[in-house]
Design a protein around this ligand. Structure first.
Ligand SMILES: Nc1ncnc2c1ncn2[C@@H]1O[C@H](COP(=O)(O)OP(=O)(O)OP(=O)(O)O)[C@@H](O)[C@H]1O
Length: 202
């Protein structure tokens, strides 16, 4: 399980107070709530990228101690953000972006197949591809280290319906294969109804 227990977090002041949430292996939990309610803040806490003021995060029974990019337990959690252009180095080809977390570059082809990126696209840089194609590369990169949990923060906001359906399909297939748990943050109630097993509102 990926669990937030009584988490209070924010910046100069808390934006979420005493929030608890659990994502079980294989489960998809939706996270909804009005703009500014702290969904992304909770996502960053659960992705071990933001230290809460109070409360704990547990991954498969182990309490998280380090909240920073290099934290040991970070590789168990994959993250996808709303704007793929902000999360890929503009100088990198998609191939290099996908390979970033990998020691063994051999898996790039397999990951690209998973998200349906062709060889031609893998050779291009972010400004030469669409948002949807770049988000596919970000999904491949997020799955590169076989995360136990995947956090999708408004992953599909920039995308059309068919790309959204394709990415959700890839994530579902990954979950079925590996038993990973997913936290899906979205403003789109219709999408969450279809995608999530249950939805929590902040
Ligand atoms: N880095 C930051 N520094 C200071 N305040 C921040 C920072 N990031 C977010 N906030 C503030 O924290 C509050 C919650 O923001 P957050 O992005 O978590 O909400 P959200 O529910 O994801 O919103 P949205 O649906 O609009 O993406 C907002 O008032 C926001 O202005």
């Amino acid at each position: 399980m990926l669990t937030a227990k009584d988490v209070t977090a924010g910046y100069s002041a808390p934006v979420i107070t005493d929030v608890s949430l659990t994502v079980a292996p294989g489960q998809t939990v939706g996270l909804a709530g009005p703009s500014g309610s702290g969904k992304s803040t909770l996502a960053r806490v659960l992705a071990l990228l933001h230290k809460p003021f109070a409360g704990t995060v547990e991954i498969d029974g182990e309490t998280v101690t380090g909240f920073r990019f290099q934290a040991r337990q970070r590789t168990k959690i994959g993250v996808l953000f709303q704007q793929p252009r902000l999360s890929v180095d503009p100088r990198f080809t998609l191939r290099r972006a996908i390979a970033e977390p990998l020691k063994d570059q051999d898996r790039v082809g397999e990951l690209a197949d998973l998200v349906m990126l062709t060889d031609d696209l893998l050779g291009r840089r972010p400004h030469e591809v669409s948002d949807g194609q770049l988000q596919r590369a970000c999904l491949a990169r997020a799955l590169a280290l076989d995360p136990r949990y995947l956090i999708c923060d408004e992953m599909t906001t920039m995308l059309d319906a068919s790309t959204t359906a394709a990415l959700v399909g890839v994530i579902r297939a990954y979950q079925e294969r590996t038993g990973a748990g997913v936290l899906a943050i979205s403003h789109d109630a219709t999408l969450l109804n279809r995608w999530a097993d249950e939805t929590v509102r902040l």
